[in-house]
Design a protein around this ligand. Structure first.
Ligand code: ATP
Ligand code: MG
Length: 565
């Protein structure tokens, strides 16, 4: 594990678990991660995964991966496979404990029959709209359904016929018989089953009716012996129903539901439905677009699993919703790669420099340090010659104040090479664009230091024109222009806040030849430019394509410093 990974931080959920173990309520801790397979997982799910699997790991318990596949119309095998891959990539393992809510359809049906027999559930024949209208509001009680008084026998008969496909969709539902006057709307005779003549990816056309989440989830937890059922805050109002169902059907155990605040990340959208819409509207290239907050997108961007785990630890677990600054996520990967990424030089927007006093056919291999943070990673050779590239914006003909890089008459250092002084500029006659910068070098400054002790203020990275390799670099910015997407005005849509400049593709980059054998997924620091990873698109290209994971500017460190002030 990476050195940046912190020790488990305690939180209110771990405190509950500690107490339960001390009191002997449980002798093992069993959690679960219950995704609905209707999209790819995102960074918010990663928080839940790290929490649930992290607890299981630290308490020597287990964490189940359970697909909540009760909605056959929206689910796909592709999503199941992607979710398994993402959980594994994050470094977690469910062992033999892979489950599907659909595995429990038979038992759920039996439990529903049991409820009917106890007169705790009834078949209701109101339409969806009527059920909604009868439900009442937060300030007004609901109204009882006229079907609430159906006899147990009639209910059993109708429920069986629902199962056998004798009714159309919407004709009947099964509802719990609780309390239409309850202040909690979830307790006003919630629907437990609806008729759906839809094939299920696992159970085929066996079922004509499907259980709803509130009925399925608690029973699935109980059947698996989950001890702590950890979910996000929006389920807090469902907890009384969770407990009611389990009490009524009398499952062998009764897990404790505990709610925590979901992750909200600045500049980031976290709804699968909306993320799917970004793909449909071709705003991004797919679930794995490196700008997406999906785990597959983050992975392709170049994030490491350990940086995500560190992030999950650092944000902690709270009981109140808040917004996490995306700069913290970026800080976590930056901190890690600062320790272990190899450094290279890459010129993203090249302009040619000709060193006029350097011998025509000479070439040298200069020593460069692979990682100043970890000298054990050694040195490499970087070829130097008469013509090199530097960044176009490292040169200014009329330098403003505090511009310490190259300009006419100014001397700067070429990293690991020599001091050079600009003597002349060659421009395109028609456009005025700078085509070449002519410099002289001081052979005495080899390695980047002057024996006479004279200093220069600027140090530039560079790549040999002759020996450098072509590359494409993709730079990313936030997908949205607004930090808090929940603050979008009513008359606007999140689509109005898509950042038109979230992707910049630079196709004329030049990189050190030492990168020649880089593989897809490898990560590097390009000096002064940030941390980059090799994109899978490189496999179909004649040159390497890089994603910038993050720039070197650590805005989080600044925020932290200000917080301490
Ligand atoms: P979305 O709203 O993006 O569709 P969801 O909540 O419907 O997400 P599920 O597949 O039901 O997605 O979620 C699986 C688990 O992940 C649930 O336990 C849920 O509480 C948790 N989860 C989802 N989003 C977040 C988030 N932003 N932060 C923390 N946990 C989350
Ligand atoms: Mg959900």
């Amino acid at each position: 594990m990476a050195s940046t990974e912190s020790k488990p931080v305690t939180n209110f959920i771990r405190n509950i678990i500690d107490k339960d173990l001390q009191s002997g309520k449980h002798d093992i801790v069993v959690t679960r991660f219950p995704p609905e397979p209707n999209g790819y997982l995102h960074i918010g799910h990663a928080k839940s995964i790290c929490l649930n699997f992290g607890i299981a790991r630290d308490y020597n318990g287990r964490c189940h991966l359970r697909f909540d596949d009760t909605n056959p119309a929206k689910e796909e095998i592709e999503y199941i496979e992607s979710i398994k891959k993402d959980v594994r990539w994050l470094g977690f393992d469910w062992g033999d404990h892979l489950y599907f809510a659909s595995d429990y359809f038979d038992r759920l049906y039996e439990y529903a029959v049991k409820l009917i027999k106890k007169d705790k559930a009834y078949v209701c024949s109101l339409s969806t709209e009527e059920i909604r209208a009868y439900r009442g509001t937060l300030t007004e009680p609901g109204k009882e359904s006229p079907y609430r008084k159906r006899s147990i026998d009639e209910n059993l008969d109708l429920f069986e016929k629902m199962k056998n496909g004798e009714f159309k969709e919407g004709e009947h539902v099964l509802r719990a018989k609780i309390d239409m006057a309850s202040p909690n709307l979830n307790m006003r005779d919630p629907v437990l089953y609806r008729i759906l003549h839809v094939e299920h990816h696992r159970t085929g056309d066996t079922w004509n009716l499907y259980p709803l989440y509130d009925f399925t989830h608690c029973i699935s937890d109980a059947l698996e012996g989950i001890t702590h059922s950890i979910c996000t805050l929006e389920f807090e109002d469902h907890r009384p129903l969770y407990d009611w169902v389990l009490d009524q059907v009398e499952t062998p155990c009764h897990p404790q539901q505990i709610e925590f605040a979901r992750l909200n990340l600045s500049y980031t959208l976290m709804s699968k439905r909306k993320l799917a819409e970004l793909i449909r509207k071709k705003i991004v290239s797919g679930w794995d677009d490196p700008r997406m907050p999906t785990i597959t997108g983050i992975r392709r961007r170049g994030y490491t699993p350990s940086s995500i785990r560190t992030f999950a630890d650092r944000i902690g677990v709270a009981k109140r919703d808040s917004m996490v600054d995306i700069a913290l996520l970026e800080h976590c990967i930056r901190e890690e790669l600062n320790q272990n990424a190899l450094r290279f030089m890459a010129v993203l927007d090249p302009v040619k420099v000709v060193i006029t006093n350097y011998p025509e056919d000479q070439e040298e291999d200069l020593d460069a340090i692979n990682n100043p943070e970890d000298l054990s990673q050694g040195k490499r050779k970087v070829p130097f010659g008469k013509e090199i590239y530097i960044e176009r914006n490292d040169f200014r003909e009329d330098p403003p104040k505090k511009f310490y890089r190259l300009s006419p008459g100014r001397e700067v250092r070429l990293r690991y090479a020599y001091f050079i002084t600009c003597s002349n500029v060659i421009k395109d006659e028609n456009t005025g664009e700078i085509k070449e910068i002519h410099c002289t070098y001081d052979p005495e400054t080899k390695g980047g230091d002057a024996p006479d002790g004279r200093k220069v203020k600027g140090t530039l990275h560079w790549v040999s024109v002759k020996r450098g390799l072509p590359a494409t670099v993709r730079l990313y910015d936030h997908l949205f222009t607004i930090a808090d997407l929940s603050e979008i005005p009513k008359d606007k849509d999140y689509m109005d806040f898509v950042n038109p400049n979230s992707l910049t593709e630079l196709t004329k980059c030049c990189i050190e030849p030492g990168l020649k054998n880089a593989h897809v997924g490898d990560r590097f620091q390009f000096e002064r430019q940030g941390y980059f990873s090799v994109d899978p698109d490189s496999e179909e290209s004649d040159h390497l394509i890089f994603n910038r994971i993050v720039s070197l500017r650590d805005t989080w460190a600044k925020i932290e410093k200000n917080m301490k002030k």
